[in-house]
Design a protein. Structure first.
Length: 495
């Protein structure tokens, strides 16, 4: 291994030992059953010889990452995040005291809890079942997602024109034509997206325990949102100048939760790719190990990248105050600033999407992870390939479909027990039940689909680095991906 500390304990000589054995968080990737310690001892050898190699990360060679030693990266960001959380927790009792309390509406709250629980259980089961359906019909779903995208853009254009908003109708019509042209241009890449999606779905289905962590983080995010609402109302009543800091707190926590799941998924999918014996069950060791790394050694890196996005999101939220002004020039300035910030946010989020794959796979620091994965794609000539988002269209469409079905369940529950929303003054409890059911279904389905999206990104990175290991461990999926990639990108794929 280049640039690594290596200790060899030989029984015999070691023939033909590779200089580029890739390692993911301490797994020796040329072994079918690799040990689990990051930076620990791994074995290699052949022809009766054995070696014990203590792997610690070296310099990135531009083509394969290497497991980094166990250390806390970007510590300052993690410390700052916990300090900010401590300040928010300290403010919570004062905020609750200032708000006062009351015990009214317990019966209504119980009814709503029952309603949300029914919708949540149904949505979770439906989304889990949909994974198998997506695996069996991946190609057809990619095609359907393109038509879904065309239909949505066409519906928006028609609604704008019917409502009399001619200008927005014209822009929406141009968007419809652009979507049609886009579908025509990418139609030949449908097998490519389907192969990537099928590989990711297979890996996620083999490690469904990932969803437990995702749902736990959803609950944590929901609880923090409730606490943040109380705290922000209290703080802003005292001094409205703290609006930016309150927005920053909210977005930072949400970004950290989301990116922690992203990095955890990357670690699990990487293990499934290289050492499937360690990542092929609902409660596989790889899930717990990857989660522990993401919340300890790599947590500072997750906080770092999340902070950058949160700052832009907080600036955009603060900027929206300008839109409430009567001055038209201020509104125009606010729109220009918001457009500029949205572009910056998109760039950082795109960078993070790939950077956190390397954080989860190898334990790099945030900046090193982003630099290395970008270098990898540049060296492979894949900078165009990674912009393909057809698989993400499928995931969004499935989230909407699952949400619609859950909305129907919410409609039935609310119609059978009209007292659930009775005290809120709604004329149509069934309609309200559909809307709330749709929201619950969309949120829960989106969480699971976000895990699949992270798995797709990880699969692309691993395929760039180690197609041979994929062929050895998952030959059928490897053959599907090779055929599809050659068809879609004959010059870029390189095999």
């Amino acid at each position: 291994l280049p640039s690594t500390t290596t200790h060899l304990f030989l029984n015999d000589s070691i023939p033909n030992m590779s200089n580029n054995i890739p390692v993911v968080q301490g797994y020796a990737l040329n072994q079918s059953h690799a040990p689990k310690a990051q930076g620990g001892y791994v074995t290699a050898g052949g022809g009766g010889g054995e070696a014990m190699i203590e792997n610690y990360g070296g310099d990135f060679d531009g083509y394969k990452g290497q497991s980094q030693p166990k250390k806390f990266n970007d510590v300052w960001a993690g410390v700052l995040f916990y300090a900010h959380l401590t300040a928010m927790i300290a403010l919570l009792p004062m905020s609750l005291g200032a708000q006062g309390g009351g015990d009214g509406g317990n019966g209504v709250a119980g009814g709503i809890t029952y309603f949300v629980a029914v919708c949540a259980i149904f949505a979770t089961g439906l989304t889990t079942v949909s994974l198998g359906f997506m695996m069996s019909c991946a190609t057809e779903l990619v095609k359907l997602a393109l038509f879904f995208q065309i239909g949505c853009s066409g519906a928006v254009a028609i609604l704008m024109l019917i409502s009399g908003n001619i200008l927005m109708g014209v822009f929406a019509s141009l968007g419809f034509l652009f979507t049609c042209c886009y579908a025509y241009m990418v139609w030949s890449r449908i097998p490519f997206a389907a192969a990537n999606l099928n590989t990711a779905l297979t890996a996620v289905k083999a490690n469904l325990g990932l969803m437990a962590y995702a749902y736990i983080f959803l609950f944590v995010g929901f609880a923090y949102s409730l606490a943040w609402t109380t705290i922000s109302n209290y703080v802003l009543q005292i001094n409205g100048n703290y609006a930016f800091l309150m927005f920053l707190s909210f977005y930072w926590v949400q970004q950290v939760l989301s990116n922690t799941i992203h990095a955890t998924t990357a670690g699990v999918i990487g293990t499934w790719w290289f050492a499937p014996a360690e990542a092929s069950s609902c409660c596989s060791p790889a899930i717990g190990d990857s989660f522990c790394r993401a919340t300890t050694y790599s947590f500072g890196s997750i906080c770092f990248g999340s902070l950058l996005v949160a700052i832009i999101q907080a600036l955009r939220a603060t900027n929206h105050y300008l839109r409430s002004q009567d001055d038209d020039s201020a509104k125009l300035l606010a729109c220009i600033i918001d457009c500029f910030l949205a572009c910056i946010q998109g760039i950082i989020e795109y960078f993070n999407k790939w950077a956190y794959v390397y954080v989860g796979l190898y334990g790099y620091s945030y900046l090193d992870a982003g630099k290395n994965v970008v270098t990898l794609f540049q060296n492979k000539g894949w900078t165009t390939i990674i912009t393909d988002d057809l698989a993400e269209n499928v995931l969004f469409m499935m989230s909407v479909v699952n949400a619609l079905v859950t909305g129907l369940v919410g409609f039935l529950v609310a119609s059978m027990d009209q007292n659930i929303f009775a005290n809120y003054g709604f004329d149509s409890p069934g309609g309200v039940g559909f809307m709330f059911g749709f929201l619950v279904g969309f949120v829960l389905s989106s969480i699971m689909m976000s895990v699949v999206a992270s798995a797709v990104n990880t699969a692309i990175v691993c395929f760039a680095e180690a197609p041979r290991e994929f062929e050895a461990n998952h030959p059928q999926l490897s053959n599907e991906m090779r055929v599809a990639w050659r068809q879609a990108w004959p010059d870029e794929c390189g095999f």
